[in-house]
Design a protein around this ligand. Structure first.
Ligand code: NAD
Ligand code: AKB
Length: 315
């Protein structure tokens, strides 16, 4: 049976990916890990405290559980990274090297997942239906680290045979945990305000289109890519992936269909410049052709699902 380690498991993606992996591989085969001490963590999963920068602890956990697949999610995201670029670079790159080197040296670690992001693209990138291979030139430290990380993943695959797989996620939207410092976070926060019957102050302008994806689609895509036969994984840097593209105005209109009194005010801050540098929409034909990717949720279906489930969760 495949034994899995998830690094950075208490974040926005990890919280839901751990549940998805437990369903797929069985509860006892998924080891969740993050910075928090075990005593402070509550949930129906096996948990170990791990700072991914601590190489010895990482290796000892991998040996303790005879880990086969690692999902390395820990990172500093776009908005937070701009507040301390050196820290973001050191963590994002150093942690990736720790995981790639371990996979190179330990035989029973035979598959790695490491997420990239639409942040690899910049103002020179074609904005509509951004192709898989195109000009990148990112302007945030987060985007620079993701682009360099993609190149290193491809290098470890080609030079050392490390089976590392990656997706350039759009902004991820889920209701089970709060986001951790990104530019697309507004699209999660807005649902919390709508349910609290409060006016939403949006840090992006109303016309700021960005590629987004509902978390169940993102979790399914991740597991599908990791289960694909190695020969079907033809992109070894990172796959473009697409689901929904919308502006703050469009998500507001979608919520108003269910909450007619909801109000919004646009107050763009430093994150507007980051959003302006990213694509409006993504061409994901390589993922569709190579391993059969297809999104399920559109904007209104996502809104309905989030409002219904978040209301129950907040009761
Ligand atoms: P998050 O900030 O919500 O979670 C990251 C987790 O990593 C946190 O729980 C944090 O405690 C943990 N962490 C930080 N430093 C660590 C360390 N030294 N050792 C171990 N754990 C550490 O981020 P997320 O939204 O869950 O993103 C997960 C991954 O997906 C990241 O690599 C991110 O770049 C990528 N991604 C996310 C999105 C999105 O919209 N959420 C979009 C594109 C890519
Ligand atoms: C961010 O906004 O930084 C993330 C991402 C798109 O990578 N959500």
């Amino acid at each position: 049976m495949t034994k899995i380690l998830v690094i950075g498991s208490l974040g926005q993606l990890g919280t839901e990916l751990v549940m998805g992996l437990q369903e797929e591989y069985g509860r006892d085969n998924v080891i969740a890990s993050d910075l928090k001490p075990s005593a402070e963590v509550d949930g129906d999963f096996i948990y170990e405290q791990l700072d991914v920068m601590d190489k010895d602890r990482l290796i000892s956990l991998v040996e303790k559980y005879r880990i086969n697949h690692i999902y390395h999610l820990a990172a500093i995201l776009s908005a937070k990274g701009e507040k301390d670029p050196q820290w973001a670079w050191d963590l994002n790159m150093g942690s990736l090297f720790n995981v790639l080197d371990l996979a190179k040296n330990i035989d029973h670690v035979n598959r790695i997942y490491w997420p990239s992001s639409i942040a690899v693209f910049g103002p020179d990138t074609p904005k509509i239906n951004t192709p898989q291979l195109t000009v990148t030139n990112p302007t945030t430290v987060y985007g620079i680290s993701k682009l360099a990380g993609e190149q290193w993943c491809q290098y470890y695959f080609e030079k050392y045979g490390v089976d590392v797989r990656s997706i350039r996620y759009p902004g991820l939207i889920g209701y089970k945990s709060l986001p951790g410092g990104g530019t697309t976070d507004y699209a999660v926060d807005i649902y919390y305000k709508a349910l609290a019957d409060e006016k939403f102050e949006c840090f992006l302008d109303k016309d700021s289109a960005l590629p987004m994806m509902y978390m169940p689609d993102a979790v399914r895509a991740t597991i599908e890519l990791m289960k694909a036969e190695p020969s079907r994984v033809k992109v070894r840097s990172s796959y473009n992936l697409s689901a929904i593209s919308f502006t703050p105005e469009k998500i507001f209109e979608s919520i108003k269909k269910f909450k007619p009194d909801f109000e919004i005010e646009y107050k763009p801050d430093f994150r507007q410049e980051i959003a302006d540098s990213w694509p409006d929409s993504i061409d994901d034909s390589c993922a569709r052709n190579d391993w059969g990717w297809k999104p399920e949720f559109d904007l209104d279906r996502m809104t309905e699902d989030i409002l219904k489930n978040l209301e129950i969760l907040l009761e």
